[in-house]
Design a protein around this ligand. Sequence first.
Ligand code: SDX
Length: 431
Amino acid sequence: MATAKLKIGRNELEIPIIKGTENEKALDISKLRASSGGIVTLDTGYKNTGATTSAITFLNGEEGILRYRGYPIEQLAEKSNFLEVAYLLINGELPTKKEFKDFEHEITTHTLVHEDIKKFLDAYPERTHPMGQLCAMICSLSAFYPESLNPYRSDEEINNTVIRLIAKMPTLVSWIHKRAKGHPAMYPDNSLGYCENFLKMFFGLPTEEYEVDPVIANAIDKLLILHADHEQNCSTSTVRIVGSSHATLYAAISAGISALWGPRHGGANQSVIEMLQNIQNDGGNLQKWLDKAKDKSDPFRLMGFGHRVYKNFDPRAKIIKKASDEVLKKLKIDDPLLNIAKRMEEAALKDEYFVKRKLYPNVDFYSGIIYKAIGFPTEMFTVLFALGRLPGWIAQWKEMMKDQQPIGRPRQIYIGENERKYTAISRRKKK
Ligand code: SDX
């Protein structure tokens, strides 16, 4: 085992260096505090800190590499389907024909949601954001499956919860949408595949036949694959830390949905479209918006640009950019926002500010173009991200539980007041 030497005062510590299967290296500081008389590391935002080892997803930010369980994202996006990728992420291997058939059958036969869930939905004000509803609904599923609250869950109970989450989320998403439109809830159709069933529940009406367009079904399937996992991103780290307290998986996934909602994370796909629409309404003046994004006194950031890990192209953005061209052409839609997005990308990649900081389009930059072309409301875009990320969150939670990891509890460096005496209110003076 290679080691690093750390000299602190007269104390010289040997810190083990661990190496992953892709030659990534880390200083294992798990014994640092005990062996240094209480010294910890500080790394706000964890830009230099690994929270865990993991065998699920590999990213190389410099080379723009993304692999799920060793399979390149480009091959999975082209050759696989979302349910198969969900199986791969959760179980570690691509399924055999029988394994896939059994998995798909389990999902298909668990798509119904308890009718009482509608009472929750009916209580929301009309303009409630769907991410807030989804987060609450997923956590509320635990009310219908109290056995999932048992911290000593059997493998069978865990599998039941995994299947119920993957099977029921599309139904919940469509019911949230239908209620917002004042339309009757649509029920799952077990004769359809996962994405086809979702599209029919989301866009179909009980008053007429709904033909699923294979172009749209294929685009959604590909987008869900591309969003399925991304190692220790903000929402996945949230799922892991909530899961580490042994709360039910429903609560951990609900927490992941909350974290994903933020505009710095999954909420960016909604913000990108809103940004492109603002640019369009502002006469398409790209330079003005680029300058705004570079102005430190302005909180505006170029949404869909930049990434904590990718300092090169986000491979998912490349695939989605190509798919947005194909889908819009097949649907015969000429959306000026796609053109603005392409011109914005071109201008930013020639701008020294973005080049120097290695800011490239990320997964959220083009995805909204396709969601919009298909007809999803903008506020539903991050919900679609959550639908895709669900198997990744589940896989990461299962890995954390299987490894019997301790409860996540980071340390801190206190910089507040030193000890002081309580003062009676009569003697306090305004500071
Ligand atoms: C996702 O982690 C994941 O894997 C996430 C994700 C996943 O699949 O789970 O990939 C999904 O969340 C993609 C990211 C979506 N968010 C956005 O598109 C929002 C816009 N992007 C930024 O907010 C930002 O780039 C982050 C949040 C994505 C990354 O932030 P970091 O890693 O903390 O980087 P930083 O803020 O320290 O930026 C470094 C510099 C700063 O400038 P300086 O202080 O060096 O002068 O780059 C600047 C930042 O101001 N910068 C930007 C910018 N992003 C970074 N400036 C303008 N526009 C931007 N978009």
